[in-house]
Each structure stands twice: as C-alpha cells, then as structure tokens.
Design a protein around this ligand. Structure first.
Ligand SMILES: [Zn+2]
Length: 421
C-alpha cells in the first residue's frame, strides 16, 4: 500500500555529525598512522616514553583549531611523562565530561609473530593493524574527531568537554592519571565525569561500571625436610600446602554474596602459581610456596577475607604441624561502582543503541583498569568501546567501522542528554 507522503525528515545535529564523521575516515586513518609510528612504549618496558607522541599530538591539535592544550609532565627517573589536556566550552561550564585515553603503548613483543612493522600502520581492507591501534589509538582518534565534529559544525556540547591524553597507563598510571589526581586535583571538579574508551567487547554491549577488588597472596608452609624413606622424622610441607589449598576452597562458601552485574557474579579465590620445592624425588620438602589470586566483590570486606584466610591457615598449621606464613603481594581495594543510573552510564547506553542498534548493559569486571582510580576519587567513570580485544597481542588490529562509529557514540555523549532529539 502506498504510504502517505510525509514532510522530509528533519536533519538532526546528530545526522550532521554522523555524516561529517563518515566523511572523515581518511583523516582518521592518517592520524592513526601518525600515532602508530611514534613509539611510546614506557621506560619501565624499555621504551622512550610518550614525549615524541605528545609533541606531535599537541601541534596536530593546535593546527586543527583546538584550544591550546595544557601539558603537565611528570618526571620518572629523568624521563618526561607528558599528560595533555584540552578543554572545549559547553553550555554548562561548571562541569566537564572528560574522555580519557592513554598515549603509551606496550612493547610489540616477539617481532617474528608480526606480519609487518608494528610501528607502521598496515591497512588490510577495513582492518587497521599496528601496535597501539586498539590500545588506545581507537579511543584517542575517536575522541579527537568527535570533539572536532562538534567544533566544525558549531554544535555546543552540554557541558565542557575535556580531552585527556595521559601517560603511563600500561605500567600503573603513577605518572599518568594517578599523578594528575594527586598533584593537580583542581583540574577536576565534583560534577565531572569520565568516559574511558580503553576496553570493551565485540558488539559494544559491555559498559563497564564496576570492578572487583584484587588481592594477590603468597603462602609458605614450613615443615622439616628429610629423606623420603623416613618421612616420620620430618614434616612434609607440600602435603600441608595441599591441605591448605583444599581448605581455601571454603572461601567460596564463606563469601557467597552474589552481584549479577559481574561475570562470574561472585568473589573468586583461585590458587594459581606453584613454586618448585625440592629438586629430587627422594626428599620430603621442608618448605612449599604457592600463590592465590582473589577477585572480591565491592560489597565484601577485604579485611574479613584476610581474617578468614588467617583462620584457615591456623587450622592447617595445627593439624599438619607446620608453620604457615601468608603475605599480600598486591592489594587494590574495589572502588565504589559507578551507579547504573548515573547520567553518563545512561547516555552511553543510549548512544550505543542509536549508533550500533545494540542493547548495552552496565557490567562489572574482574578488576585492574585505570577507571578504579577515578571511582576512588568519587568520579563517575564508564569504560566503553566496541573492539575485538586484540590489544597487547601481535598483529593488534581494529575495524575502521568501529573507529568511526565509536566517534559517533562519543559525540552523542558529548552533546548530552538531549542527544536523542
Ligand atoms: Zn589501554
């Protein structure tokens, strides 16, 4: 049946942005190539640091008409670790939406596993290959072009928009966002929010808003080493450690809380690395060493977990006649999750629906992203991208369509709550 003729569809600001970004693919790829060829491996990983890449980006942004960048440099054993910030004015100047990406990349690893030079962008049809293309150039280039679309089309963002390019994400952020939060706290104000396009999944449905606490422990059981033919004269530390490994499974019952935003939805307590003990088969080991990786839900007290572990160790020490030591190797308490109903979370979900036609949901992950530093400071922080998760691998790649369409998502979020109109 013929449809009644309608007035031509109104061209929305978002339509204009989408068209502008679709027309900017070549320029986005050019920026991707420039970033990829500047090795920004951090000094802790044997690289030169981010200075050359930051120099390039700073002049690039100036040449493209962005407001002047603020450069804040932390020094790490004589190596400059530059952080760049650019702020565009919005309707509400009291708050800022920061899109935070990092300048550093991880080393390429074994070069023989790469099909081409990791520091030269290779284009294979719709696929872009090179070290850093996903981690974190996709987010970086996307944020630059989203902001540039708003600038060129004269569309005012809802709040100020900040582009934040940080150093040192790959080796702990001590000279990056953690340093900025500690040394330059006035850069950020209470109403600010952070979008961190540095992880995601293949269809873009994962909106990361929470992390578990990370607790790494080292256990050492000490008995008495003897010849294996006379075990009655010694105390087998390996047997004691094995009892302890089994007893530590009790933690799953003891801390059985569930939180459905996480997958798996519970805290996990997994014995992992096991050190070798004696060299030979005919010796009863007098000492044994193993490690455990715990991922603890934000609502569970890490102190209570440690107390429960202490009790289990004491029980095994008594029953097996050994001494049990345990030490914390790493502890990162869970930050308060960003609430699922926070405006930024809802805006990202809405934008992903509009651009990708994908129903995204707020979820939690096992821990270890830089967003927890922001959440510990009370800022809403959302980690989102659409990517295959090839970062840190040889032949790291992204899809050009995700590069362009992620930029549309960022632009929608920058436009604010009325983006749907
Ligand atoms: Zn990254």
């Amino acid at each position: 049946m013929p449809r009644p003729s309608k007035a031509p569809k109104e061209v929305t600001p978002f339509d204009r942005i989408a068209k502008w970004l679709d027309g900017s693919r070549t320029r986005m790829m050019d920026l991707m190539a420039e970033l990829t060829k500047r090795n920004a491996v951090g000094p802790a990983n044997g690289g030169p640091g981010e200075a050359e890449k930051a120099d390039f980006l700073e002049s690039y942004l100036a040449a493209e008409g962005f407001p002047a960048a603020t450069r804040l440099t932390a020094m790490c054993d004589g190596v400059a670790r530059p952080n760049l910030l650019v702020r565009l004015p919005g309707r509400d100047r009291s708050r800022c939406l920061w899109v935070m990406t990092h300048l550093d990349v991880v080393p390429p690893g074994n070069l023989s596993e790469w099909k081409s030079d990791p520091f030269a962008l290779r284009v294979e049809g719709e696929k872009l290959v090179g070290r850093g293309v996903e981690d974190n150039h996709q987010g970086l280039v996307g944020s630059v072009f989203a902001a540039r679309a708003l600038l060129e089309l004269g569309i005012e963002p809802a709040t100020d928009v900040g582009l934040l390019f940080v150093a040192d994400e790959e080796t702990g952020s001590e000279y990056g966002i953690r340093w900025l939060l500690a040394q330059h706290p006035t850069l950020f104000s209470a109403g600010d929010a952070f979008l961190v396009p540095d992880a995601g999944n293949e269809d873009g449905s994962l909106v990361e808003v929470a992390e578990k606490a990370i607790l790494w422990l080292k256990f050492r059981t000490v008995g008495r080493q003897v010849h294996a033919s006379t075990p009655q004269l010694g105390v087998n530390a390996f047997v004691a450690a094995s009892h302890l490994v089994v007893r530590l499974r009790d933690l799953y019952q003891r801390f059985e809380q569930r939180n459905p935003i996480f997958d798996p939805p519970m805290s996990t307590f997994e014995p992992t690395r096991k050190e070798r003990n004696v060299e030979n088969i005919n010796t009863v080991p007098g000492e044994d060493l193993f490690f455990m990786d715990c991922r603890i839900l934000p609502e569970v007290s890490v102190e209570e977990v440690l107390q429960a572990i202490r009790t289990l160790c004491d029980e095994v020490a008594r029953s097996q006649r050994v001494v049990v030591h345990f030490d914390t190797v790493q502890r990162e308490d869970a930050a308060p999750p960003t609430p699922a109903d926070a405006p930024l979370v809802q805006q990202v979900i809405h934008a992903v629906q509009k651009v990708y036609r994908v129903h995204a949901r707020p979820r939690g992950i096992g821990g270890g992203t830089v967003a927890s530093a922001l959440r510990h400071h009370g800022f809403p922080a959302v980690v989102w991208s659409r990517m295959d998760e090839t970062g840190h691998q040889p032949n790291e790649y992204i899809w050009l369509s995700n590069l362009v369409d992620d930029a549309k998502v960022f632009a929608l979020v920058m436009m604010g709550a009325d983006a749907s109109k």
